[in-house]
Design a protein around this ligand. Structure first.
Ligand code: 13P
Ligand code: SF4
Length: 334
């Protein structure tokens, strides 16, 4: 049984999966009350739904959230994001309770790579160090030398010796982009984000023709052809800052749609156009894993302090080392 299956089994034994929300309650008031009573902090990623972003104590991208999790004095961390993010918070805070509103909030990138698979790859390149994107599970982190996020990957790779052989896991698109901007030749794991890979160059090109003044901005998890035509490539937080600070008024945004909520708040006069994806019958630019968390599940999760993130102590200790290395090496990044 995997850790996830064990946790889901534990939840159904406790009856958690059948719990109902009392009729007529005000979710926002109840969540606020519990946050105080339980000394809890709600951390949310920019890809969460707007209502969750609005109620969070701290909203950020992967790097900002890892830093917030490292710093907090709260007794309980309520992580509104996906499983690998909540796991990172637990790795940094072994004595604190870390809960995630929906335990099934996974990630296609994290699912593409296992600790065992990475161990096999390392055998083929015995002189290589492993740099892993934070979008991976604790078993992959435990096999890695340094963790990076999209905000600090370029900076960290640039600070490694030029001749150092590097395996980069699990995102082939971010890895290829970092190879291009740093002039490296890292060996890439073949994983990808289903959301960022869904953007269609053809349809975006049409959007650019329809909106000739718009800047195309893209996350480095997107594929090479989209990044090649983008006016700006950056992590979620950097895309947000770009929209707020750039003098242009119109932007085609090629990343997960949740970020538009904060962009609209911080830059209310700018025109934001979500980039189109290959299939217009789906909401492909929404991460369905991220959207599994809802206000109702957030309420239940805070009330029952479940589902809780639990992990093997041996793996946790091994996974902590490369995360700490990242935090140390990226102090200069805001
Ligand atoms: P960042 O938060 O580092 O931009 O990563 C985006 C992402 O896909 C998170 O899952
Ligand atoms: Fe994973 Fe992509 Fe969703 Fe981020 S947007 S959590 S990388 S599937």
């Amino acid at each position: 049984m995997t850790m996830l299956e064990k946790a889901v089994a534990a939840l159904s034994t406790k009856g958690y999966l059948n719990l109902e929300i009392p009729k007529g309650i005000n979710l926002i008031e109840e969540i606020n009350k519990m946050r105080k009573e339980k000394n809890a902090i709600i951390l949310a990623h920019y890809y969460q739904t707007g209502d969750i972003q609005d109620i969070a104590d701290f909203l950020g991208d992967s790097l900002q959230l890892a830093r917030a999790a490292e710093k907090t004095n709260a007794d309980m961390i309520v992580f509104c994001g996906v499983h690998f993010m909540a796991e990172t918070a637990k790795i940094l805070n072994p004595t604190k309770k870390v809960v995630l509103p929906d335990l099934l909030a996974g990630c296609s990138l994290a699912d593409s790579c296992s600790g065992e698979g990475l161990r096999d790859m390392k055998k083929k390149y015995p002189n290589a160090i492993v740099v892993s994107y934070i979008n991976c599970d604790s078993s992959v982190k435990a096999e890695s030398d340094i963790i990076v996020t999209s905000s600090n990957a370029e900076h960290i790779i640039n600070s490694l010796p030029k001749e150092q052989e590097i395996i980069f896991a699990p995102d082939r698109n971010l890895g290829r982009y970092i190879n291009q901007v740093t002039g490296r030749n890292m060996i890439l794991w073949d994983g990808a984000c289903i959301v960022h890979e869904a953007f269609s160059l053809e349809r975006i090109a049409q959007q650019m023709l329809d909106h000739p003044k718009a800047m195309l901005i893209a996350h480095p998890e997107a594929q090479k052809p989209v990044l090649q035509v983008a006016h700006y490539v950056g992590s979620t937080a950097n895309l947000l800052n770009y929209v707020v600070n750039d003098e242009n008024q119109e932007f085609i945004v090629a990343t997960e749609e949740g970020i538009l909520h904060e962009m609209r708040k911080r830059a209310p006069n700018k025109i934001l156009i979500p980039a189109l994806t290959i299939d217009d019958t789906c909401n492909c630019s929404e991460c369905h894993f991220m959207k599994l968390n809802t206000m109702e599940k957030l309420y239940l999760c805070m009330k029952y302090e479940l589902p809780e993130i639990l992990m093997d102590e041996d793996i946790r200790v091994k996974a902590l080392r490369p995360i700490n290395k990242m935090l140390e090496m990226s102090k200069a990044i805001k």
